[in-house]
Design a protein around this ligand. Structure first.
Ligand code: 13P
Ligand code: SF4
Length: 350
């Protein structure tokens, strides 16, 4: 990265001292990660943000829904800053508040709203988390989805899982022993989700038709190809990948899990990783004694994660040095209240 920008970022961080806390998601660029006070998956970052009450400014190097969650979990005197407001998440955008309300009406029409527990993946807007909190549900991340679903099935008989159908299906089928037939997919662009009353009533898991545009591109063919090319390779993928990909992999887990698996791996072992490219490249550099490769060359960076680059970070930090608060992310009090109910429920999972 540009040495002049590196020097400016360093100087601004030094000038700000303990008044700024920089969080970096594992999918961020190296040029940004070098300035993160902590790195993590979305679960760890949500907890880390809440655990730093002394820093008045939290610069969140990640995407919009993560900054919203940090705002919800931090105190009123802490301001959360997203260095580029265009850093959204296409998966989170696949479930809007109005669509989810319509879905709940469809569940009520089918006579099942009182036995469905809504569970939303962290990768959703604060509005959706608020909806879930209002209806007795819970937030989950890729590292606690099974625990969240166990909890939800103890509260009700069916689950509405938002917005990532793949995480929902993979957790239900591969970790909880449900069958593919127990799952239906609710399409928000069709009346009643394109499902009959019987389908809605009989499903254990009602999966929202959303997905990650990055992880959804890994293919089973890529798993077959790497197994043929690299004997003994360990295939390790994120649970946002499609079911057939996760099913064909050796290991599945969140970004934090993937990092720990590589730390524990034997020297000389081979690893094909199915997650975002910035993280895979960093893992390959960090483990020169292991053969670390990207699972599928057809897949590229998460373009919205990549919007946070060093120029945006420098701009945000230097604005703070000048006493300005750029790109503050705030969630209105009522939404934040109910979203926090669902987030606190997640943090309290056994
Ligand atoms: P985790 O870091 O929780 O594994 O999530 C991955 C992701 O897609 C974040 O956008
Ligand atoms: Fe969203 Fe996928 Fe990017 Fe994560 S990797 S921020 S889920 S689009």
């Amino acid at each position: 990265s540009d040495p002049a920008l590196v020097a400016r970022a360093r100087a601004a961080k030094e000038a700000l001292g303990d008044s700024v806390f920089v969080l970096g998601h594992h999918y961020q660029r190296d040029e940004v990660i070098q300035f993160a006070d902590v790195t993590g998956d979305s679960f760890k970052l949500a907890r880390d943000a809440a655990a730093r009450p002394q820093a008045p400014y939290i610069v969140f190097c990640g995407v919009h829904f993560m900054a919203e969650s940090a705002d919800i979990l931090t105190g009123a005197d802490q301001k959360v800053i997203l260095p580029d407001l265009a850093a959204g998440c296409s998966m989170a955008d696949m479930a809007t508040f109005d669509q989810v309300e319509d879905c709940w009406d469809a569940l009520a029409d089918a006579g099942i709203a009182d036995r469905v527990v809504p569970v939303t993946y962290m990768n959703s807007s604060a509005d959706i988390k608020g909806f879930v909190g209002r209806h007795g549900g819970v937030v989950c991340t890729s590292s606690n989805a099974k625990r969240a679903l166990d909890w939800a099935f103890a509260q009700g008989e069916q689950v509405l899982f938002l917005p990532d159908q793949h995480l929902g299906r993979n957790t239900a089928v591969l970790e909880m022993g449900l069958s593919l037939d127990d799952c239906v997919v609710y399409n928000p662009r069709r009346p009643s989700g394109g499902l009959t009353r019987e389908q809605l009533q009989n499903a254990k898991m009602i999966l929202w038709q959303g997905h990650c545009s990055v992880h959804g591109r890994f293919s089973k063919a890529a798993v077959d190809e790497v197994r043929e090319r690299v004997p003994g390779v360990n295939v390790l993928v994120h649970p946002e990948c499609r079911h057939e990909v996760v099913n064909a992999a050796d290991l599945v887990g969140s970004t934090e899990y993937i990092i720990k698996a590589l730390d524990a791996a034997e020297p000389g072992s081979s690893w094909a990783i199915g997650t975002e490219l910035n993280l895979v490249k960093r893992l390959a550099n960090a483990h020169p004694d292991k053969n670390v490769m990207f699972l599928d060359k057809a897949v590229c960076f998460c373009s919205t994660m990549n919007r946070i680059d060093l120029p945006h970070l420098v701009w945000a930090l230097e604005s703070l040095v000048r006493g300005e608060v750029p790109n503050q992310i705030t969630v209105d009090a009522e939404t934040a209240h109910y979203a926090k109910v669902a987030l606190d429920q997640m943090l309290a999972l056994p």
